[in-house]
Design a protein around this ligand. Structure first.
Ligand SMILES: *Cc1c(COP(=O)(O)O)cnc(C)c1O
Length: 374
């Protein structure tokens, strides 16, 4: 018999309870305002998020997948365009490319950091596979809370006139060279799903850009293409952030930096407890990692997970199958020359320890004791 789980892998309810009074007041404020979609709370959240990030503009939307699709649409990318991204990511990254009618091409990862291999990207941009539409954009994913190799990716894309969209859905507050991720490229996107470093209590997403005209265009696209009410200047979608979620996110944004610091503290405790056979997650030089996930890797993953489970500790796998091996994408998505072999190898071995800011010191100790004994 397994012991009950005493350390969950993620726990968005704990995030709510940690700020319950503030969040309840924010929800009450939104409810009593009488305005539920695209109102004062949403505008305030956008302004506060842009200020916190250091971007000129933020635009809220319904979720992180839509944020990517709106970024692509905003840049004029759709049918007849290819978009390069990675296979080792949330399927949402690839789904968003197909949502806008573009064609994905998947680049392998650098296995140390689990992010896009810039050398392979450069090779694919220089010699795209035959039959692929022109590659008009690149979406690097800052996976697990750490920066992709942005300077090399941006340089490769710039050489070929491709736009870059940072998928920051796991990296709210992470930096590279003391600059926040999400401020390096023409537009960036963030999921606000409940378990993300900044999470709503429902769905949400936000885009950031320094280009005011692009922000205006994306804000119109998220609501039927309206620049003025009831007049669609172009075809848009419905992807709005509601006022209740915006009010909640304003409260949660005030804790984001402290919560990221707590995640880093938990990661350091785990690092110190790792036995010889398990390597600590690599940290990119000059970058700060905000540990959306604390990911280890082992060929004995199943046995390790079972031992931790027996000690009451839940683990996760992010992600068990690279996108191109999932049934919906199998044998129909273009791959770079490395055929995503490092992504496949990583998917077979990675597992994620419990990671959320509200883990108690006792729970962190419980995990440390268990991993020391692995
Ligand atoms: C969560 C996530 C998304 C999708 O966000 P949703 O809000 O669930 O649509 C996209 N990309 C990455 C890397 C993610 O982690």
């Amino acid at each position: 018999m397994n012991a009950p789980i005493t350390v969950p892998q993620a726990n968005p309810g704990a995030g709510y309870r940690a700020q319950q009074a503030e969040i309840d007041a924010a929800v009450a404020r939104a409810l009593t305002s009488g305005w539920y979609i695209l109102g004062a709370e949403g505008r305030a959240f956008e302004a506060e998020y842009a200020a916190w990030l250091g971007a000129a503009k933020a635009v809220g939307c319904a979720n992180g997948t839509d944020a990517l699709a709106l970024a692509l649409r905003g840049l004029g990318i759709g049918p007849g365009c290819a978009v390069a991204t990675v296979a080792h990511t949330a399927v949402a990254t690839v789904a968003a490319i197909e949502m806008v009618g573009a064609t994905p091409i998947l680049i392998d990862i650098d296995p140390a950091h689990y992010t896009m291999d810039p050398a392979e990207l450069a090779a694919v941009l220089a010699h795209p596979p035959p039959g692929l539409p022109p590659i008009k954009a690149v979406i690097p994913v800052h996976l697990y809370g750490q920066a992709a190799d942005l300077p090399a990716i941006i340089a490769a894309a710039a050489k070929h006139g491709a736009a870059v969209i940072e998928d920051c859905s796991q990296a709210h507050g992470a930096t590279l060279g003391n600059q926040k991720l999400g401020t390096f490229t023409e537009v960036s996107t963030f999921s606000l799903y409940p378990t993300k470093n900044l999470g709503a209590l429902g769905d949400g997403g936000v885009l950031a850009t320094n280009d005011e005209a692009l922000a205006t265009r994306i804000a119109a696209l998220r609501q039927y293409g309206w620049h003025t009410h009831y007049i669609s200047d172009e075809c848009g979608v419905n992807s709005r952030l509601d006022e209740i979620q915006a009010a909640i996110l304003r409260a949660k944004l005030t804790r984001l930096d402290a919560n990221n610091a707590r995640r880093q503290q938990i990661a350091a405790a785990y690092d110190a407890a790792l036995p010889a056979g398990l390597a600590a997650p690599a940290r990119r030089a000059g970058a700060s990692h905000v540990f959306h996930q604390y990911v280890l890797r082992s060929p004995d993953r199943a046995a390790i997970q079972a031992r931790l489970r027996a000690a009451g500790i839940a683990t996760g796998i992010h992600y068990p199958m690279p996108v191109h091996t999932q049934p919906a994408y199998l044998n129909r998505v273009a791959l770079g020359p490395k055929a995503c072999r490092a992504s496949e190898a990583a998917s077979a071995e990675v597992f994620s320890l419990p990671m959320f800011p509200e883990l108690s010191d006792e729970q962190v100790d419980q995990v440390c004791v268990a991993i020391k004994q692995l």
